[in-house]
Design a protein around this ligand. Structure first.
Ligand code: URA
Length: 234
């Protein structure tokens, strides 16, 4: 980056700054005057590195039985990130998360609060289809949660939505119950950064338990309210 005269900072010489190969942003707050700016190229490089790590996972029953990795879908710069459980049959075939029946419902749920799927970023806890769509075991959830944390740090969303107990367990542990935790805003801390997080029911659960949709609707309205409050650009 080259500084224009107008942007020159009275503390640090622009010559010194321009000699570093780092993107800087200047702001007028009394502290943290200079912050590094995440660039789009950075993000895609980091996502590619993460994909590579997941591809190289060893001794994983999911990977050994799946057709392909299902990494993520949507806008990587979105302020909204959704985490599901893991790919099902259709996702395994197409290589994209939430494209089967649960995905259809997910699209409808977010349309109902005026959020188009393409505007958000979607991933899962596990990136390969579990055989017979079984629920991942705690040790498997734990193993993939390291990748998930990195995924969240790279996407850096303003709002994180965890759909279902597997996503909840991956990030908040297994001692809590989704029926108690859903619907409240929580802070999730990853690498000293706090992510505003909502736990809500998984669409596949709602397909089986239609009477629970009223709770899901309450959570969605809460999410819409927060998007408006934070004035998020979508
Ligand atoms: N269920 C999930 O949790 N994720 C998908 O991608 C599809 C169904």
């Amino acid at each position: 980056m080259t500084l224009s005269n107008k942007n020159q900072n009275d503390i640090i010489s622009s010559d010194i700054i321009n000699s570093y190969d780092i993107e800087y942003v200047f702001n007028d707050k009394p502290i943290s005057r200079i912050i590094t700016k995440p660039t789009v190229e950075n993000k895609s490089k980091l996502l590619e590195n993460l994909k590579e790590k997941i591809i190289n996972i060893e001794n994983c029953e999911f990977k050994n039985n799946a057709t392909q990795m299902v990494f993520g879908d949507g806008n990587t710069d979105s302020p909204i990130m959704i985490v599901g459980e893991g790919p099902g049959q259709k996702e395994d075939e197409l290589g994209k998360p939430f494209v089967g029946d649960a995905g259809q419902l997910l699209n409808k749920m977010f349309n109902a609060i005026n959020l188009k799927r393409e505007k958000i970023y979607i991933t899962n806890v596990v990136n390969y289809r579990p055989p017979n769509n079984r629920k991942p075991e705690p040790a498997e959830i734990n193993r993939y949660s390291e990748f998930l944390r990195e995924h969240i740090s790279i996407i850096n969303p303003k709002i994180l939505i965890l759909m279902g107990s597997t996503a909840m367990e991956a990030l908040f542990g297994s001692k809590i119950k989704i029926s108690k935790e859903r619907g409240n805003w929580k802070d999730l801390i990853i690498n000293n950064k706090t992510y505003l997080t909502m736990i809500t029911f998984h669409p596949a659960y709602l397909l089986r338990q239609a009477d629970q949709k009223k709770y899901s609707w309450a959570d969605l309205k809460e999410i819409r309210k927060k998007i408006d409050e934070l004035n998020l650009k979508l």
